[in-house]
Design a protein around this ligand. Structure first.
Ligand code: MF3
Ligand code: CO
Length: 253
């Protein structure tokens, strides 16, 4: 069941989204070679708590941390660890969810650690561009399949693959609500978009083959072929004539 949000609910989600943006603004300046993925988690947690938000990944199906921090071949759900030290040339995605007064916002960025290879740079760029490409189709009357198709087409045109194992989703008072938003699909299919729907569009892109596997920790999802992966996500409000992104900070590119 797709839940359309009231203006009051959207206002609360926007405050959660503002804090998500603030976390990204902070991380943008702080991520550097030599820090651990647990250091990133500590920053995420502090910025959220200092701003009256709850880091809501912690405890979700017993997930142990305030963020998912996924390096290189880790596509999603990397568990922060003091032993995982970032090095120059890594790409690291940070996926976070904040709750403000019961309402959530969810987003992800893939950061470059120091200077990265042209190969890594292009993957990160195309993943982000796939999100913005799909946004062109977000407005009342269009379908989820239009978003899915736009992501898939853009990613494959650049020689990459989208994951079939993880999808975007609706969001509100729960992290994952209907509808599911795959990164592949057919135009004109699926749920129709209506004003007040709040959705997470999140291209998860693999440089090589599309297959993933989960490590024995039960969370960490890696590319089966060990090649690079990237992830970009925002929470978006559907409007009559378009959309509003609620998880970017002012001035963010
Ligand atoms: N934030 C992720 C998403 O984009 C889900 C994280 S799962 C958790 O949907 F267990 F870490 F919370
Ligand atoms: Co999400």
């Amino acid at each position: 069941m797709v839940i359309v949000k009231s203006p009051r609910e959207i206002a609360l989600m926007k405050e959660a989204g503002r804090v998500v943006g603030l976390v990204f603004k902070t991380l943008e300046e702080k991520i550097h070679p030599g820090m651990s993925t647990l250091d990133i988690d500590a920053i995420v947690e502090k910025v959220m708590l200092d701003n009256d938000c709850i880091p809501s990944e912690k405890g979700y199906y017993d997930y142990p941390a305030s963020s998912c921090v996924s390096v290189n071949e880790v596509l999603v759900h990397g568990i922060p660890s003091s032993k995982r030290i970032l090095k120059e040339g890594d790409i690291v995605s940070v996926d976070i969810v904040a709750t403000y007064k019961g309402y959530m916002a969810d987003a992800c960025r893939t950061y470059k650690v120091g200077t990265v290879s042209e190969r890594a740079d292009r993957l990160v760029r195309v993943t982000k561009e796939a999100f913005f490409e799909s946004l062109k189709y977000v407005k009342a009357g269009n379908h989820i399949g239009d978003i899915s198709h736009a992501v898939q087409t853009y990613v494959e045109k650049h020689g990459y693959n989208v994951s079939r194992d993880y999808t975007g989703h609706g969001i509100g008072s729960h992290m994952h609500e209907d509808p599911s938003i795959p990164n592949y699909g057919k135009e004109g299919t699926g749920v129709k978009l209506t004003p007040g729907m709040t959705i997470c569009i999140e291209p998860m892109v693999l440089e090589g083959r599309k297959e993933t596997r989960v490590l024995p920790d039960g969370w960490t999802a890696v590319s089966k072929d060990g090649k690079l992966t990237a992830h970009y996500e925002n929470t978006v409000v559907v409007k009559e004539d378009g959309y509003e992104i609620i998880t970017m900070y002012e001035g963010e590119e």
